[in-house]
Design a protein around this ligand. Structure first.
Ligand SMILES: Cc1cc2nc3c(=O)[nH]c(=O)nc-3n(C[C@H](O)[C@H](O)[C@H](O)COP(=O)(O)OP(=O)(O)OC[C@H]3O[C@@H](n4cnc5c(N)ncnc54)[C@H](O)[C@@H]3O)c2cc1C
Length: 461
């Protein structure tokens, strides 16, 4: 990435703290790390950068960002599972096994950007490789933020360590402390569902189904639907790893609502799946017997009107849109945020010529652009969720026979939702937004030469 040397004045350094070492924080470290006028430190509360949970889907928009960030090169074909026939997902009736619908990526999808699924630590490892790890401080839990008269922020950590920064990037996940500071009245709540995720051996699945004469499972990402929001998801993850995720309604009283990645004995829930077809029941039994299940109580919160605050705070990833894993693409959204934020900073800095004393103006321009690009995207996601939720709620009132209701649920969710978010091109959108802003303010004399050199590489090659 090359920021244009637009004048001879010594540019001021902008000090940035990134809170959180998940996909969003690491992607921010990569993108901001390419801006020579930024000095950044990433603070992570855990003792090391690590990931909990099972698998993660990489859709086309995520691959696009990984390529732009140079992290795609750190993922080999053995690291993930991609259905050989190119399908992106299957929806089946969990009771009968019937295939209800199957998705395929658009024909123009580059082969290396096809949808795939992998274990989460591999994605994290691929991002981490691109980061200057000397600037990561682990064991640092952010506990307090104070606005200083200078406009800067003082950030305080649980161990007493303090820092003072121009820009605070909240990439600290769904329970974001930075969001709480910027939007104190916003809150998230338990959605009444929990996910139980287990990793087992793919070979053991095949062997078990064969040995028990159970119909075999197709290889691919499959949602097995029942009524009442109860479903099971199965998918190989590359290598000999197979993911089994069960999502089910759980009353707030029946469990520790703050559980996130807690060990769980899945035998307890097997009776809940008595109506499921033999294939799914056999896989669930195998998961309970041979895997280690983790419980995730799902939380979400309303959309934020803005993902920036105080002229010095940017929220990204789950901190900016507490969607509880909706669309199975939150890591991709976080990467898009990180790309957009860096592009906005690069543009704003270049526009102001990087002059001493201009930090407040650069941040105002950059955060304004960042919010202008990303808030509507999140609005689109929330609106899509509302449409899907509305369609499903209406269906529940119709009293259809169970198998019909399952088929209708899949059909109507698809019609209401579609999958536009997987084909979003965040880099093109931010470039377009810069052109629009330049036109609105009378231009900076750069015409259509948009100054976003930070991440200019070929994608989809
Ligand atoms: C069941 C489920 C399935 C999902 N499936 C997919 C999928 O298939 N594909 C996909 O792309 N996404 C998926 N997601 C969403 C995805 O996991 C998240 O959107 C993504 O992890 C968000 O990244 P993030 O960096 O914003 O936050 P996180 O990954 O939550 O990272 C936040 C980091 O901040 C740290 N932190 C928190 N508080 C502090 C603090 N006070 N001080 C310092 N550090 C702190 C945390 O320890 C953590 O490391 C799924 C989510 C769920 C719940």
């Amino acid at each position: 990435m090359a920021v244009k040397e637009s004048n001879s004045v010594q540019p001021k350094t902008i000090n940035v703290a990134i809170i959180g070492g998940g996909p969003g924080g690491l992607a921010t470290a990569i993108t901001l790390g390419r801006l020579p006028f930024i000095s950044w430190t990433l603070y992570e509360k855990k003792p090391q950068i690590s990931e909990t949970g099972g698998g993660i889907s990489l859709q086309r928009h995520t691959w696009r960002m990984l390529e732009l960030m140079g992290a795609a090169q750190n993922i080999s074909n053995d690291d993930f599972f991609r259905p050989p026939d190119g399908h992106t997902v299957q929806h089946r009736n969990a009771r009968t096994g019937e295939l209800l619908s199957q998705g395929f990526a658009p024909k123009d999808t580059p082969p290396n950007q096809g949808s795939c699924r992998m274990v989460r630590p591999k994605l994290q490892g691929a991002l981490l490789k691109q980061v200057d790890q000397t600037k990561i401080k682990t064991g640092k839990k952010l506990v307090d933020i104070e606005r200083l008269a200078s406009g800067r922020l003082r950030i305080v950590f649980a161990d007493g360590f303090e820092d003072e920064v121009d820009l605070l990037v909240g990439a600290d996940g769904i329970r974001s402390a930075v969001r709480q500071f910027a939007f104190p009245t916003h809150s998230i709540s338990y959605i009444g569902q929990s996910a139980y995720r287990t990793l087992i051996s793919t070979a053991s699945v095949d062997g078990h189904l064969l040995a028990t004469s159970t119909p075999t499972v197709p290889k691919g990402p499959i949602f097995w639907h029942n009524v009442g929001g109860k479903y099971v998801f199965t998918c190989p993850l590359g290598g000999d790893v197979f993911e089994v995720t069960a999502r089910i309604r759980r009353s707030p009283d029946s469990q520790d609502q703050v559980s996130w990645g807690q060990p769980f004995d899945f035998h307890q829930l097997l009776p809940e799946y008595a109506e499921f077809c033999p294939t799914v029941r056999a896989i669930l039994a195998l998961a309970a017997a041979t895997g280690q299940t983790q419980e995730f109580a799902m939380f979400s919160g309303p959309r934020l009107e803005s993902c920036v605050g105080f002229g010095s705070v940017a929220l990204l990833g789950d901190a900016s849109h507490p969607l509880s894993g909706a669309f199975g693409a939150g890591a991709g959204f976080a990467l898009e945020d990180a790309y957009t934020l860096a592009a906005a900073l690069e543009w704003a800095f270049s526009r102001r010529g990087g002059r001493e004393g201009e930090t407040g103006g650069v941040l105002a321009d950059a955060l304004g652009l960042y919010d202008r690009v990303r808030s509507p995207h999140y609005k689109g996601l929330y609106d899509t969720l509302d449409r899907m939720g509305g369609a499903v709620a209406a269906l529940a009132k119709e009293g259809l026979p169970v198998d019909e209701e399952i088929a209708e649920r899949v059909r109507r969710s698809k019609d209401a939702g579609n999958d536009w978010m997987y084909y979003h091109k965040a880099d093109e959108v931010v470039r377009q937004a810069i052109l629009e802003v330049e036109a609105e303010v009378g231009g900076s004399g750069k015409g259509d030469q948009v100054v976003v050199g930070a991440l200019e590489v070929e994608v989809g090659a």
